[in-house]
Design a protein around this ligand. Structure first.
Ligand SMILES: NC(=O)c1ccc[n+]([C@@H]2O[C@H](COP(=O)([O-])OP(=O)(O)OC[C@H]3O[C@@H](n4cnc5c(N)ncnc54)[C@H](O)[C@@H]3O)[C@@H](O)[C@H]2O)c1
Length: 315
């Protein structure tokens, strides 16, 4: 059994998402050691050097390019390796390519690291989380995906803009698939305890249905829009990775919509998708069954069914 270094993180895949996440993790001060791993060793080495040059403005830390053996004692292994979404391609289109990559990298990670947490970020993140759980044999609390943490951040940001209020005071979740079948959980959304529709009216917005539809669509399509304009998305997900690692390493027991294997809630079983969950040092420490309307429940079930079908076809 590998003994874990609580202050160590490994990032597998050093493309846009991996390097931006590594940068955010360096700035966070959460870790004192970070190993970067990529099939393209030069890329990992270049990123390790570039990010290290910011250290005099942050906190001391050892950042280096390495291999899977170096990740053996990492408390958290962040997996971003995989092909990115091409313009016009859905996340599910990526599935076969990235399942193949996971079949080669997950066994390499678990050969050396038996006790860490696997945080899956590569897309389609829900499918790859299910695949990583099977390939690793890790207990399910220690294998989960970034899920809709990013989509939820986009949701809060857009609601904050719409209502002219600090997005941190907005409590709302995107749940289900990180992708086209995701659900904006309006029925539980609130601003510091005030139901969302009441707060909208306080701010002079009365066309609830129309605004809800527009904002949910904007959240869902934001990745497509950014990819169209700049080829990839990485800053928002980097902050999401940092936030999840913070909840783990500081044992915060924060409620975050990470993607984890479901066991029957809302009729969804045996596939990973996002529901609010308590995240702490043991990874996923419990689910938080938020209240949903009948329409939201039906949409969530449909999202689970879609994912299950893709998982069965791909793995
Ligand atoms: N979960 C989210 O919210 C979210 C957000 C944005 C992007 N993503 C996903 O993250 C993944 C990475 O995106 P990106 O923009 O960084 O792509 P990228 O092409 O820039 O980087 C991918 C990296 O993975 C490496 N890689 C490929 N195969 C590997 C292997 N077998 N072993 C080790 N490294 C390997 C490549 O060399 C490359 O450096 C994609 O699947 C993308 O869709 C997820």
């Amino acid at each position: 059994m590998s003994k874990l270094n609580e202050r160590k993180v490994a990032v597998v895949g050093c493309g846009f998402v991996g390097s931006a996440s590594a940068f955010a993790l360096m700035e966070s001060g959460l870790f004192s050691e970070m190993v970067l791993i990529d099939v393209n060793k030069d890329k990992a080495e270049g990123e390790a050097l570039d990010i290290s040059h910011g250290l005099p403005f942050a906190k001391p830390m050892s950042i280096y390019a390495g291999d899977y053996k170096d990740a053996g004692d990492a408390a958290v292994v962040v997996v971003t390796a995989g092909a990115g979404q091409k313009p016009g391609e859905t996340r599910l289109d990526l599935v076969k390519k990235n399942v193949g990559i996971f079949k080669s990298i997950i066994p390499e990670i678990t050969k050396y690291n038996k006790d860490g947490i696997l945080l899956i970020v590569a897309n389609p993140v829900d499918i790859l989380t299910s695949v990583a759980a099977k390939l690793s044999g890790f207990p399910e609390n220690r294998v989960f995906g970034s899920g809709t943490v990013l989509d939820t951040a986009r949701f809060k940001y857009l609601l904050g803009e719409h209502l002219d209020v600090d997005s941190r005071s907005v409590h709302a979740f995107i749940i289900g698939e990180h992708g086209d079948s995701e659900i904006a959980a309006w029925s539980s959304a609130n601003v510091s305890g005030i139901p969302i529709n009441d707060f909208c009216e306080m701010r002079g917005h009365f066309e609830h249905e129309k605004s809800m539809k527009r904002i949910a669509e904007d959240v869902k399509n934001s990745a497509y829009g950014i990819i169209e304009k700049k080829g990839a998305t990485y800053y928002g997900i980097a902050m999401s990775v940092r936030r999840i690692c913070e909840a783990i390493i500081r044992d915060e027991k924060s409620i975050l919509p990470i993607s984890s294997i479901q066991h029957g809630d809302f009729g969804i079983d045996g596939v990973a998708l996002s529901m609010p969950a308590i995240v702490g040092r043991n990874g996923v420490e419990g689910s938080v069954p938020i209240r949903l309307s009948d329409d939201e429940k039906a949409a969530l079930k449909a999202s689970g069914d879609t994912l299950k079908q893709v998982l069965e076809e791909a793995f």
